[in-house]
Design a protein around this ligand. Structure first.
Ligand SMILES: [Zn+2]
Ligand SMILES: [Zn+2]
Length: 335
């Protein structure tokens, strides 16, 4: 089969490899859509805990083409996606129903070969039916499931004001999700004006271009700050800026992925004095069903986020485009 492979950091190519072998508990999926995520870019650049050589790709959908002998819930022809995170189900975190903190967590496209390939194998336990939603929409179930997990930790209160820093694919999902969870007014910032136009189309109450005037404009929108401030950029300086925008009793949601080892400075006295909460959220934590429901019902719109659809042969160009192209939001490979 055809598969993209990162041989070592910064060395990617499309190769011909054997199809994945499936065990008795596995489902073999013919990939139809697979999205490039910031994590794939970190893996490409060697900034993430991955194994090389690796076929990346963990946001995907496709069709079942073979099932192992123990598989009971799926059959050939089913339209599916998979939660890329494979917990061990036996460690103490798994036993406490905290599988995203599993001590032996493995992940499709990170520690085992992923979906930037014609076929990918996944254990039945992480496979989900997608009904009749499009394959491209279904390849956004995973990123939205990450947002849903964070939302559950943030505990939005009815009527909260919220600020989302960054209108990339994740920021646009976060902004919509905060609103659906009860936030009254969601404001979005980004460097790129047309991304902000998209944020407004998707329900943002106001948007602010990131430039020298950003702080003054945010101050005029919310003089006292926002109840929820989300970093959806992963840029350390942007994360530090969240403390300027959060109101007393507010919550800062650390959602963007900073490079491993990043430290930022924060005003410790203000965290104390203003009763601030700082919340992290990692990956998916049994939130695929909710994400599927939000997309299927039209509560969250995902298809407008897909800015580019490329063939897998354009793997390296896709990675470059997903990192730098000013017109990018979500880049998908279609197979
Ligand atoms: Zn991802
Ligand atoms: Zn575990």
């Amino acid at each position: 089969m055809k598969a993209a492979q990162i041989v070592r950091p910064l060395d990617g190519r499309v190769v011909s490899t054997p199809e994945p072998e499936i065990s008795a508990n596995d489902v073999l999926i013919q990939v139809h859509a697979a999205g490039i995520c910031g994590t794939d870019l970190h893996i490409f650049k060697g900034e993430y805990e991955a194994m090389y050589p690796l076929t990346p790709g963990h946001e995907f959908s496709g069709e079942v083409v073979a099932v192992g002998t123990n598989v009971t819930r799926f059959r050939v022809g089913d339209r599916v996606t998979a939660d890329p995170n494979i917990p061990c189900n036996t460690c103490d975190y798994c036993q406490r129903n905290e599988p995203n903190q599993c001590r032996n967590l493995r992940a499709i496209g990170v520690t085992r070969n992923g979906a930037f390939a014609e076929y990918v194998a996944a254990p039945e336990s992480v496979v989900f039916a997608i009904g009749d939603m499009s394959y491209s929409a279904a390849a956004l179930i995973e990123p939205l499931a990450c947002v849903v997990w964070g939302l559950k930790r943030v505990e939005v209160q009815p009527g909260d004001s919220a600020l989302v820093l960054g209108a990339g694919p994740m920021g646009l999902l976060v902004a919509q999700s905060l609103k659906s969870a009860g936030a009254a007014r969601v404001v979005v910032t980004d460097l790129i004006p047309w991304r902000l136009a998209m944020a407004e189309q998707l329900g943002a109450a106001a948007t602010v271009v990131t430039d020298a005037g950003q702080d003054a404009r945010l101050k005029s929108i919310a003089p006292d700050g926002f109840a929820i401030v989300v970093d959806a950029t992963g840029i350390p300086a942007v994360l530090e800026s969240t403390f300027r925008y959060v109101k007393p009793r507010g919550t800062i949601w650390v959602f963007g992925v900073t490079p491993v080892g990043t430290h930022v400075q924060f005003p410790a006295y203000e965290v104390f004095r203003r009763d601030l909460k700082i919340i992290g959220s990692f990956a998916v934590n049994r939130t695929f069903p909710q994400s599927i429901a939000l997309i299927q019902s039209g509560t969250i719109q995902v298809e407008p986020l897909i800015s580019h659809q490329l063939p897998l042969d354009d793997f390296v160009q896709g990675m470059v485009l997903a990192e730098k192209d000013p017109k990018r939001v979500k880049v998908h490979f279609c197979l």
